[in-house]
Design a binder for this molecule. Structure first.
Ligand code: SF4
Ligand code: SF4
Length: 127
């Protein structure tokens, strides 16, 4: 299971970030969310949701002797893993990397995304 993104549908409302940080950290703070919206300030004003792709081969864990499956279930990671992610998918804030743990199977961000820019998908595929 992973979160699939259709960036063309993203309105840039940031509700997904709020839902994530509220669910995991008890605060509404986009800096403490595992999903983040990057804005292209060019004429197109494209908003791009960025979130962990739940890779089978987790480059973010290179050099660590840890169990991939159990790490996938954790929200707060060490910030060093962010540098190893080829997709720059992790939000970093005050020494932690914020990693999408899929909310234990019911992603809160997907629930609040009324335009349908993020949805639950299975298996690898384009973001
Ligand atoms: S909730 Fe959906 S539309 Fe709003 S910023 Fe997040 S991905 Fe984009
Ligand atoms: S943090 Fe990056 S490398 Fe690691 S599983 Fe997520 S997208 Fe893949």
């Amino acid at each position: 299971m992973r979160i699939k993104v259709d960036r063309k549908k993203c309105s840039g409302c940031h509700l997904c970030e709020m839902a994530c940080s509220l669910f995991h950290m008890g605060v509404m703070n986009p800096e403490r969310s595992a999903i983040r919206i990057e804005k292209d300030d060019l004429e197109t004003s494209v908003h791009r949701p960025i979130v962990c792709r739940q890779c089978k081969e987790m480059k973010c864990l290179d050099g660590e002797e840890v169990n991939d499956k159990s790490e996938k279930g954790k929200f707060l990671w060490d910030e060093g893993r962010s540098d190893r992610c080829p997709f720059h998918a992790l939000t970093v804030f005050q020494g932690n990397a914020y990693h999408c743990d899929l909310c234990g199977g019911r992603p809160q961000c997907v629930k609040v995304c009324t335009p349908g820019a993020i949805r639950i998908g299975k298996g690898p595929g384009p973001m």
